[in-house]
Design a binder for this molecule. Structure first.
Ligand SMILES: Cc1cc2nc3c(=O)[nH]c(=O)nc-3n(C[C@H](O)[C@H](O)[C@H](O)COP(=O)(O)O)c2cc1C
Length: 303
């Protein structure tokens, strides 16, 4: 019998069960292409990408790699019409994998599967995992409270969430997400039943991400104690959506209340003032490396 991590990689047509999170603003063609070329699954962050631009990104990624990659979509941005247009682009361009976050995907999953895509849904509760599987998801990503960026629920630690989601998965692969940085995390999560790891912050800290240098510097400086769970304002999301940031504590800076991921194209002044998305594993990120090096480090945990 195949082990579950081979199962997760096989289902996506990749060699290594390492999955780079689809991160809005941070994960473009260069990162997704490099991760997929390294044998893992790269992912484009589709949130905030107008449909035409998303199509262009998918084509640019295809020019960089002939391996499968994923596109991540989140319907909260732009409303149902924009989401439908983004989805059509993904169905037509067929990157291989579609990952979904924040929403009820009962109508979307069968369409994506009929188009031959592997579908995964990121969830923060057991009830949402059960629903995603019932709706036909091929895999679920169990997102623990440790995670950076937006959190679906965000109040259950991975140590408790992952085995509970694995218990309802009935053999279908469950990826672990939240605070994962290196091979030691991977080994521990394998013990808990993970079929693969879904990693965000550690891939922001790579040469290929679209993160602003100020953001990358903050990731290197931050310690394990430095992230904060918030429910206030964050770019492109409904007020009150939970998220985890390295808070900016400058007293007279109103932008500090905004959670965001400062991009290369943002002014340094904005990057300096935002509270920046990061997971609790940030304390163990001590260098900016290539995406391929990050993949190799994580993959070595599968031994
Ligand atoms: C900068 C950043 C942006 C993110 N954007 C998205 C997104 O657009 N869609 C999504 O499904 N998850 C997004 N996430 C959450 C990730 O999918 C994942 O749950 C999280 O990164 C895991 O925790 P880690 O950052 O500690 O690895 C984002 C995370 C980060 C750090």
């Amino acid at each position: 019998m195949k082990t579950s991590h081979a199962n997760a990689a096989d289902r996506c047509g990749i060699k290594l069960p390492v999955f780079q999170a689809g991160m809005a603003g941070m994960a473009g063609p260069a990162l997704a292409g490099a991760v997929s070329n390294a044998g893992a699954l790269g992912h484009l962050g589709g949130l905030r990408q107008p449909p035409l631009r998303l199509r262009q990104w998918i084509r640019e990624t295809k020019a960089l790699t002939d391996r499968p990659f994923g596109v991540n979509l989140v319907p909260v941005w732009g409303g149902p019409e924009v989401f439908e247009a983004q989805l059509r682009v993904v169905l037509e361009e067929h990157p291989g994998v579609l990952s979904l976050f924040y929403g009820d995907f009962g109508a979307v999953i069968p369409r994506a599967k009929a188009a031959g895509l592997t579908v995964m849904v990121q969830v923060g509760t057991v009830a949402a995992a059960r629903r995603a599987f019932d709706q036909g998801a091929d895999m679920v990503i169990a997102q623990g409270a440790e995670g950076g960026g937006h959190l679906h629920h965000g109040r259950i630690g991975l140590l408790s969430l992952l085995p509970a989601v694995v218990a309802v998965a009935q053999g279908r692969p469950v990826l672990a997400a939240g605070g994962i940085t290196d091979r030691h995390d991977v080994r521990a999560l394998l013990e808990l039943g993970a079929a693969g790891v879904w990693v965000g912050t550690a891939f922001v800290a790579t040469h290929e991400s679209l993160a602003h240098p100020v953001y990358k510097r903050r990731l290197l400086e931050a310690t394990t104690d430095d992230t904060e769970y918030r429910t206030g304002y964050s770019f492109g999301w409904q007020f009150g959506t939970p998220h985890r940031v390295i808070p900016n504590r400058e007293r007279w800076n109103l932008l500090r209340f905004i959670g965001g991921g400062a991009r290369l194209v943002d002014a340094p002044r904005v990057a300096e003032k935002l509270s920046l998305f990061a997971g609790q594993g940030v304390g163990r990120i001590d260098s900016i490396v290539s995406a391929a090096e990050r993949v190799a480090e994580l993959a070595s945990g599968f031994g």
